[in-house]
Design a protein around this ligand. Structure first.
Ligand SMILES: [Ca+2]
Ligand SMILES: [Ca+2]
Ligand SMILES: [Ca+2]
Length: 171
C-alpha cells in the first residue's frame, strides 16, 4: 500500500510510516476481530500479525495518522498471505484510492484526514493551516507528505481532498 502525499512518483518510493490494520467481520455491524500495528516500508510492504482472529474471511480496515480509513473491497481470506492495495482503485471498498503514479501504475490511500473522523473537510484544512502558519516541524498529524514539516504543501493536499469530499467508504 502507498500513502498519497508520502509517495514520490519520480523515485517510485514513499516515506515509510506506521499504519494500523483491523480485521473486521464481513457481516454487519462489521465488528473488529483483531488488530495489527505495522510499519509500511518505502516500497509499500507492511507485515501484519494477527494472533486473536480465528481462520476466516475478514475485511481489512487500514488507518494511518492522517489518511482516510480505507477498507478492502471485499472480505479477505486470512490465510491468503497477502493483499495488494496498490494495483487498482477497486482494491479498496468503494474504489476509495487515488492514482499516484502511471509508471508503474499505482494507487494510494487518500491523505488529509488530520483529525481521523473519516472526512477530509474544512476542520482538517484549518488544523493543517494553523500548524503551517507556525512552520511546525516534527512528526505531526498535520504533515501530509511525511517530510516532518507542516507547510503550504500539506495545506494544499488537504484542501484539494476537501474539495473532492474525500471520506471513508465502508460497508
Ligand atoms: Ca513513477
Ligand atoms: Ca477529518
Ligand atoms: Ca509536510
Amino acid at each position: 500500500m502507498f500513502i498519497q502525499g508520502f509517495y514520490n512518483a519520480g523515485s517510485n518510493i514513499q516515506v515509510s510510516d506506521t499504519i494500523n490494520v483491523k480485521l473486521r467481520n464481513t457481516v454487519s455491524p462489521y465488528a473488529v476481530v483483531d488488530n495489527s500495528p505495522a510499519v509500511v516500508s518505502s516500497s509499500g510492504i507492511a507485515v501484519l500479525s494477527f494472533s486473536i482472529a480465528p481462520a476466516g474471511t475478514y475485511y481489512l480496515a487500514i488507518t494511518h495518522r492522517n489518511s482516510i480509513e480505507t477498507w478492502s473491497s471485499a472480505g479477505v481470506v486470512l490465510t491468503s498471505g497477502s493483499y495488494n492495495l496498490s494495483t487498482a482503485s477497486t482494491q479498496a471498498y468503494g474504489s476509495n484510492l487515488m492514482q499516484v503514479d502511471t509508471s508503474p501504475l499505482r494507487f494510494a490511500v487518500y491523505g488529509g484526514d488530520q483529525n481521523q473522523d473519516g472526512f477530509v473537510n474544512l476542520t482538517d484544512v484549518v488544523n493543517v493551516y494553523n500548524n503551517a502558519s507556525g512552520f511546525v516541524d516534527g512528526y505531526k498529524s498535520t504533515d501530509m507528505n511525511g517530510d516532518n514539516i507542516t507547510d503550504l504543501t500539506d495545506v494544499v493536499l488537504t484542501y484539494n481532498n476537501s474539495l473532492n469530499f474525500v471520506s471513508v467508504k465502508r460497508p
